[in-house]
Design a binder for this molecule. Structure first.
Ligand SMILES: [Zn+2]
Length: 391
């Protein structure tokens, strides 16, 4: 007898080559025991998920969950297990000087698996802009925090924007890369300037520095530093980075997602790997809303359900180098499972620069299983719940 059975769902598991097949998923002792059609054995608890999507637990590769420390830090479980997401990756909310709260207070309290990138700026994103000059960066101290906090820490973060661009320039990125390299982790680089609308940008200089496995976040930003030039052609440096195996992530946040840039980039052959949220307290309420709404944005851009699930499961697992443990429903894995409703309608999806697209289907969380425990989603980020705005 199993502990839990998810009965009759449409299973999507890119890592196992399963795309929408009707199967049952059995869980025992917090571990996935069996995935097969019509499992005959009984279970202590059966969830009827017929008609619903059953996927590996969603992984949000870039969000901000330093709740209680940073002004915009959101409760990791609110955007985690209560939003259909079983793993959240904090994108540099903390730097070496204030990282201690993550292992002491945030990660141990959360049901959601919490992973972090340490910001190269001493106090992370507690005050923004976070880098005023060279004195805000200490490579050695950052490396110490990285080494002392693995596997909670998975990388180093830098935002290649802001008032230090004219003075420090690409040196900011080089220092962050040095810390990542010495710490034996990957680098995540934010592009898309929030502070200036014109002037030099670092994007073309930093792209050639990124190594295979490093992550470019906000790939579809419409701000200064975007990946398309004045004629809307994708920068050759971006294609070279994609070719080299740099992970292209499309986190949206409050300011960095343009359907127009997305359209141009996709048409020219840019292949984003992951679709993180960059969610914060205000971003949850006003712009990005949820991981499932982010997935629905890509449905509106023409991706398939199987594609958007891969971009939220197997791909971010691979981006973290954790494909052997996360992002699949293979038997023997920790039972992190996301059940989704696929709802037909006419849905309006907004970007951060005033444009919108419609989609005839939307995804919304139905239930989450985290290490075998069933957790129901909360009300959702909109006044009416989870689904996007009606068109
Ligand atoms: Zn962010």
């Amino acid at each position: 007898m199993y502990d839990l059975m998810l009965k009759g769902g449409r299973v999507f598991d890119a890592a196992q080559g399963i795309a929408g097949k009707r199967m049952d998923v059995a869980v025992s002792g917090g571990i996935i025991a069996k995935v097969a059609p019509d499992i005959a054995e009984s279970a202590a608890r059966v969830l009827d998920v017929s008609g619903k999507i059953v996927a590996p637990g969603l992984i949000d590769l870039h969000c901000h969950v330093y709740e209680g420390v940073n002004q915009t830090g959101v409760d990791p479980d609110l955007v985690g297990v209560r939003s259909g997401v079983t793993t959240v990756v904090d994108g540099g909310s903390a730097g070496f000087a204030n990282f201690g709260g993550f292992p002491a207070h945030v990660a141990p309290k959360a049901k959601t698996r919490v992973l972090c990138f340490v910001h190269i700026a001493r106090n992370g994103l507690s005050t923004m802009p976070e880098i005023g000059g060279r004195g805000d960066i200490d490579v050695e101290e950052t490396v110490k925090v990285v080494r002392a906090n693995k596997p909670l820490v998975q990388g180093v973060k830098v935002r290649a924007i802001g008032p230090a661009v004219p003075s420090l320039g690409v040196e900011m990125v080089k220092l962050a890369l040095q810390a990542a390299s010495q710490g034996g982790v990957r680098l995540m680089v934010h592009i898309g300037d929030l502070y200036i609308r014109e002037g030099p940008t670092l994007t073309q200089q930093l792209l050639p520095l990124l190594r295979k496995g490093d992550i470019l976040t906000h790939t579809f930003t419409g701000n200064l530093g975007r990946i398309v030039d004045a004629k809307d052609n994708v920068l050759p440096e971006l294609f070279a980075a994609q070719e080299r195996g740099v992970t292209l992530d499309t986190a949206m946040g409050r300011f960095n997602f343009s359907f127009e840039v997305a359209r141009r980039a996709l048409d020219q052959g840019v292949k984003p790997k992951t679709l993180a949220t960059d969610i914060t307290v205000p971003g949850r309420l006003n712009t990005v809303h949820s991981m499932t709404e982010m997935m629905t944005r890509f449905l509106a851009l023409g991706s398939t359900v199987a594609d958007v699930i891969a971009m939220a499961t197997a791909n971010p697992a691979a981006a973290l180098g954790m494909e052997a443990t996360l992002g699949s429903l293979a038997p023997g894995r920790v039972a992190d499972i996301t059940v989704l409703n696929e709802v037909s309608g006419k849905w309006r999806l907004r970007d951060t620069v005033g444009s919108s697209l419609t989609s005839d289907k939307a995804l919304a969380p139905a239930s989450t299983v985290r290490a075998g425990e069933v957790i129901m989603p909360d009300w959702g980020p909109h006044p009416w719940g989870w689904l996007p705005e009606q068109a």
